[in-house]
Design a protein around this ligand. Structure first.
Ligand SMILES: [Zn+2]
Length: 380
């Protein structure tokens, strides 16, 4: 989902990163607290104190978000799912999970654990503010109180029953439990998610234009994002159903044109690239192992001198390897292939068996869709 993030380290074995837009949240919360919330709640301090407390509170808010996502991630891993990473961004946090929850119960636990931690944190912050009321200065108490209330709101908001919110996953788990049909359950949760998104947009616009509150725009933007994500879940679910048990080896190009990693870039252009109709090439080591991917677009950025002096193995990107027996439906969750840039290398027993480009994936999806409508289309 997010290609460029600032790494923030690993927690409980999960890589955490921040998208640049998280800076907007930090600035917005600091500004909201420093300019209005804190001065109103605890008057009489020098102006800079409000800003410092506001910024500190904003950082603690991000840490609360991280705790929410980490809880999802740890429970997902406990139930055998993969966790790619956690990303913090403008609209909160995202734990990118791989694979599917094994049972409705696992689905429920993974989904409900995040909001549960937010509610718990909210209670702890408010309880802490209450207990420390006699010792802490009013400004610190206001910050704690804001964190408490915000975490409670975050917990409740995430429990709204539409995908991709956590409440949507809870709904999915429930429908799955009662009908035994996971795909239908996911579609139900996604449809409710679309309705929720529409409601947020309407409320946000009403708040902005009827009440003159600019924060309404944020709600409308959130609604717009939710609608898009719910739509993506609907189409993704449909695609997964249609792909069924199709494996990577069935959709790969079984005759890839490999590039020799020990060649110079110019040698590769003369010997290989100029003679075939490809823009992306798998790069092999001298002993035949797949070691990377190179695109013609990348090589255009090199000077003629560099092309003569550089080996292909030194300029290729590390490969995304997939096993030939991997289900294409699972691949959809894991990879996003940019046309002309990304190429999956399909390996069988350590050797390159084929490649999958965005075109190959799109073709597989289109054929699966056509097969879903008309049984006369031959299988590829
Ligand atoms: Zn969550």
């Amino acid at each position: 989902m997010f290609r460029t993030t600032i790494p923030l380290g690993r927690y409980a074995g999960v890589a955490v990163g921040a998208h640049w837009s998280v800076v907007i949240v930090l600035a917005l919360i600091s500004w909201l607290l420093g300019a209005s919330v804190l001065p109103a709640a605890a008057p009489g301090y020098p102006g800079s104190w409000y800003w410092i407390t506001g910024a500190l509170t904003a950082v603690f808010f991000l840490v609360s978000l991280l705790a929410h996502e980490l809880t999802h991630a740890v429970l997902a891993r406990h139930h055998g799912m993969g966790v790619k990473r956690i990303t913090l961004w403008m609209l909160g946090g995202v734990a990118e999970l791989e694979g599917e929850p094994p049972s409705p119960k696992a689905d429920l636990l993974i989904a409900a654990s995040g909001p549960a931690i937010s509610l718990l944190l909210g209670g702890l912050f408010l309880g802490g503010a209450y207990l420390a009321a006699a010792v802490l200065p009013p400004l610190a108490l206001s910050g704690l109180g804001w964190l408490g209330v915000t975490n409670l709101i975050l917990g409740v908001f995430n429990l709204l029953p539409g995908a991709p919110l956590d409440g949507g996953r809870v709904l999915r788990a429930a429908v799955w439990h009662f009908t035994g049909d996971r795909a239908r359950a996911a579609a139900t949760a996604a449809k409710v998610g679309q309705v929720l998104g529409l409601v947020f947009i309407a409320l946000g616009l009403a708040e902005t234009f009827l009440l003159g509150q600019w924060t309404g725009l944020w709600l409308a933007f959130l609604g717009w994002f939710l609608m898009g994500a719910a739509q993506a879940e609907l189409t993704g679910g449909l695609a997964r159903r249609r792909l069924g048990d199709l494996r990577a080896r069935a959709i790969m190009d079984p005759h890839p044109v490999p590039a020799a990693g020990w060649f110079t870039v110019q040698g590769f252009l003369d010997q290989t690239a100029g003679t075939v109709r490809h823009r992306l090439f798998p790069v092999l080591s001298f002993d035949g192992r797949p070691i990377g991917v190179v695109s013609l677009a990348e090589l255009t950025r090199m000077t003629p001198d560099q092309r003569l002096a550089t080996r292909l193995s030194d300029v290729c990107r590390p490969p995304q390897l997939v096993d030939a027996g991997e289900r294409v439906a699972d691949l959809l969750n894991k990879v996003s292939l940019r046309p002309g840039t990304d190429l999956l290398l399909v390996v069988e027993q350590g050797r390159l068996a084929g490649t999958i480009s965005s075109e190959d994936l799109a073709r597989a999806l289109e054929l699966a869709a056509l097969r879903g409508q008309d049984h006369n289309v031959p299988a590829s």
